[in-house]
Design a protein around this ligand. Structure first.
Ligand code: GLP
Length: 254
């Protein structure tokens, strides 16, 4: 394998630097492709990235006007007004702040009457739009990506999934354990992500160091879904802060 066939790892000094680099990647894609199809994760990791993207949009350094966004995942059966709804969260944390055109926002249909067929239709809509130009994703402490839990394979597509107890516990903690979390969700699949022209995994904090080590230095296998992203070769970039990268034994082993 030549170096050009390999995925990329950048270790940023801290979460702020990680977020700047991820924002640069998003900006670069949108500059090259004004109608780019993008996705961004939910959770704590992307919050500063959103602040940077919003600030750059307000300074007219990035034009989201023609960009399409497909969301990654949401809990099954929740209305957008539910405090746990990731669609609602994404709208508040990012989309509304840049007045993202509603007809260009494609929220995963986790609240559909018939979730299975809605998931298939979501996949078709994503394919019609040409797939992701850039997929920015985060990672759970068990190595999940979006809601692709351990056991998800590289051919998985948008579907309904069962969440692991640890993911439910992690998610419940987000709002201080105030609201019960549904144990099922809808998520785009690993195959949808692997088809992206650019995949950027952002990881910060020491709590993710073990998962990142497994994802980058362990075997590529469904027990650590993030490891499967390495199958995208040079289209896969990891931006980790120093704490998250602290267990990587050979930084250049990729
Ligand atoms: C949830 C989301 C993922 C996210 C993960 C990590 O499970 N479905 O998309 O990447 O949490 O969240 P955090 O960044 O808060 O650690």
């Amino acid at each position: 394998m030549t170096r050009a066939d390999r995925w990329q790892l950048t270790i940023a000094s801290d979460a702020a630097a990680m977020s700047e680099l991820a924002a640069d990647a998003v900006a670069e894609v949108i500059r090259a492709t004004p109608e780019a199809v993008i996705t961004v994760p939910t959770g704590s990791t992307p919050l500063h990235l959103f602040d940077i993207l919003v600030a750059r949009a307000h300074r007219q350094e990035i034009d989201f006007g023609r960009v399409h966004l497909f969301s990654l995942d949401d809990y099954l059966g929740l209305s957008i007004d539910d405090p746990n709804s990731l669609s609602g969260w994404l709208s508040r944390a990012f989309l509304r702040r840049i007045a993202f055109a509603p007809d260009r926002v494609h929220l995963i249909p986790a609240n559909a009457d018939d979730p299975q067929s809605a998931a298939l239709e979501y996949d078709r809509a994503l394919a019609r739009q040409g797939g992701f130009d850039i997929a920015v994703v985060g990672m759970g402490e068990n190595g999940h990506v979006a809601f692709n839990e351990p056991g998800s394979d590289a051919s998985s597509r948008t579907r309904v999934v069962d969440l692991t107890p640890e993911t439910v516990a992690q998610a419940s903690a987000y709002w201080g354990n105030r609201y019960p979390i549904p144990a099922r969700a809808m998520t785009v699949g690993i195959a949808n992500l692997l088809e992206a022209r650019r995949i950027v995994l952002i990881v910060s904090g020491a709590a993710k160091a073990g998962a990142l080590q497994r994802a980058l230095e362990g075997p590529t296998e469904p027990s650590t879904p993030a490891s499967l992203l390495r199958l995208a070769g040079p289209r896969f970039e990891v931006i980790a802060d120093r704490d998250a990268a602290s267990l990587l034994s050979v930084v250049d082993a990729r």
